[in-house]
Design a protein around this ligand. Structure first.
Ligand code: HEC
Length: 113
């Protein structure tokens, strides 16, 4: 599952077609979270109190379990809840968010042509 998140992060990976589509952490993040947290996870300046998800100091204080709860239930008053996220989606998303503060988890960019 972590792998799937990393695949998404590397970008440029074609999603397989067919019924079993790959879940991409980067895509879920871009579609649901980036409007407040920014694509890079640092947080947009206009969102009051937003957390910097790239800050290893802060992120290390949050367990995966807490992150799941925060995403599922939201963080009132600003962060909305995402109760509809399925278990696999949540897993991939949490793994992806982890990579934002842990550069060693990120894949190197693909080699050029
Ligand atoms: C409408 C803006 C908004 C959106 C959309 C949003 N967040 Fe947040 N997020 C916030 C704010 C503001 C905080 C800080 C709130 C707090 O600490 O109580 C926060 C806090 C967090 C935290 C820290 C929570 C904790 O337990 O301290 C995590 C992790 C997080 N967001 C991840 C996400 C993810 C993943 C998504 C997408 C599924 C997302 N956020 C979508 C605004 C947003």
């Amino acid at each position: 599952m972590l792998f799937a998140g990393l695949m998404g992060l590397a970008g440029g990976c074609k999603e397989p077609t067919g019924p079993e589509r790959e879940i991409s952490g980067a895509k879920i993040f871009a579609q649901n979270c980036a409007r407040c947290h920014g694509l890079d996870g640092k947080g947009l300046p206009e969102v009051a109190g937003v957390r910097d998800l790239t800050d290893p100091g802060f992120m290390s204080t949050i367990s995966d379990e807490r992150m799941r709860r925060s995403i599922r239930g939201g963080r009132p008053p600003t962060m909305p809840s995402f109760p509809h996220f399925s278990e696999p989606t949540l897993k991939v998303l949490v793994a992806y968010v982890r990579t934002l503060s842990q550069p060693e988890l990120q894949l190197p960019p693909p080699p050029g042509p």
